[in-house]
Design a protein around this ligand. Structure first.
Ligand code: ADP
Ligand code: MG
Length: 385
């Protein structure tokens, strides 16, 4: 696999390191643009960040898995033959990976794994994917299975499906494993073909503003959106039989086939427009035109809020609050919607003022404490020393 990378080993894991220990870092992720496009076979533009999960791992001579979480201050011990999902428990993400490896007939033997991370949990930065990818990468190295990175991503995704019970797409695991410093990844969710584009942030920072809300609508509305997209595809397929997903659809096909007075029209139009924004946004990045890229982020937010209907008043407030600040190049809600973070590209000199002023306004408006994370784009999963 790739070589060892120079990232500092967290002091929290030092007590678990012996001469035989491997240490793996696997990052959380952001998505610059391309929201709700993944399950429509379209494009996304994620990147790995400088918040990560770290594991130490070594073999033992028993058929037993020893897990220790520094953050939860808890240990788990289980025979390999006995592993099963433990819904809601941190160990399930690691055991889910072991389960997938065994299902693929990779001979996992006894091991001891300790885990620590600084990816905020449940904030939309995919800490769960970081855990799965760290575990998959570490086990692959420890037992020299020789599994390719793309297979590790699929193993991690299936662990999330089958043990955590979350039917996610592959973006989060892909971004954690394939991240590259100072680059975003344009991932084609149909073919899994990918390409890196440089995100030159000289003089700018990526700021995440965490609304601290998660409305319970999220999972039901997610399923409704999926079926609305399918209805649109079924309608268009009547005239264009080759169409399999909204990825194969153009704006003119929507105009021709779907009644503009229907909600399906707005849902489908958003997805097709968003795929175009990802493609054009990549050209902006190649041209070093951060201003044009930022405008697309604002346009995405409007689309998610008004056409796709997955924003909420808190996210709209956070985007509205920064929209006219001269230091802000682009801002939008990030992730599935109904809560979580907004992602903002902000001039370095304006970052502190922005955080302070939005925190105050948000508190005044909602009574909630905003959390802000300033992140940078880093490499994906690797051994570290
Ligand atoms: P996210 O959006 O961050 O992926 P999830 O609810 O999908 O939110 O996953 C969060 C869960 O992942 C945590 O509740 C915990 O079980 C696990 N997890 C994340 N980070 C760590 C960590 N550093 N150590 C142990 N478990 C972790
Ligand atoms: Mg998750």
């Amino acid at each position: 696999m790739t070589g060892t990378k120079q990232y500092p080993i967290p002091v929290q894991l030092e007590p678990f390191i012996t001469s035989n220990t491997l240490i793996v870092r696997s990052p959380g992720r952001i998505n610059l643009i391309g929201e709700h496009t993944d399950y429509n076979n379209g494009f996304v533009l994620p990147a790995a960040i400088d918040k990560a999960v770290y594991v130490t791992i070594e073999k033992n001579d028993e058929e037993i898995i020893f897990l220790h979480s520094v953050d939860f201050n808890e240990s788990v011990e289980i025979k390999i033959a006995d592993i099963k999902p433990v819904p809601g428990h941190w160990s399930t993400y690691i055991l889910g990976v072991v389960d997938q490896l065994i299902k693929r007939e990779h001979p996992v033997l006894g091991f001891k794994l300790s885990i620590y991370g600084d990816v905020p949990l449940g904030a939309g930065l995919s800490s769960s994917a970081a855990v799965e990818c760290a575990a998959a990468f570490a086990l692959n190295e420890l037992f020299a299975f020789g599994i390719e990175r793309i297979e590790l991503a699929k193993i991690a995704q299936l662990a999330e499906h089958e043990f955590a019970g979350v039917k996610c797409g592959i973006m989060d695991q892909f971004a954690s494993l394939f991240g590259k410093k100072d680059n975003v990844i344009r991932l084609d969710c149909r073919s899994l073909a990918y390409e890196y584009f440089p995100l030159k942030l000289d003089g700018y920072k990526i700021v995440l503003l965490d609304s601290q809300v998660k409305h319970s609508l999220a999972s039901t509305e997610y399923n409704v959106r999926r079926s609305q997209c399918e209805s649109g595809v079924a309608e268009i397929k009547k005239r264009y039989p080759h169409v399999e997903s909204l990825r194969d659809v153009s704006l003119s096909m929507i105009e021709e086939c779907i009644n503009q007075d229907t909600i399906i029209y707005h849902r489908c139009r958003y997805v097709v427009e968003e795929n175009i924004r990802v493609q054009e946004g990549c050209i902006d990045l190649l041209n070093g035109n951060l201003t044009a890229f930022g405008e697309k982020m604002f346009a995405t937010h409007i689309g998610l809020s008004e056409q796709y209907g997955v924003s909420c008043k808190e996210l709209d407030f956070l985007v509205e609050a920064v929209k006219n600040m001269p230091a802000v190049v682009g801002a939008r809600m990030m992730g599935g919607g109904f809560g979580g973070c907004t992602i903002n590209i902000v001039e370095i000199n304006g970052v502190d003022t922005l955080i302070q002023s939005v925190t105050e306004k948000y508190h005044h408006e909602s009574g909630k404490e905003l959390k802000a994370y300033v992140v940078q784009i880093e490499d994906g999963t690797s051994l570290i020393s």
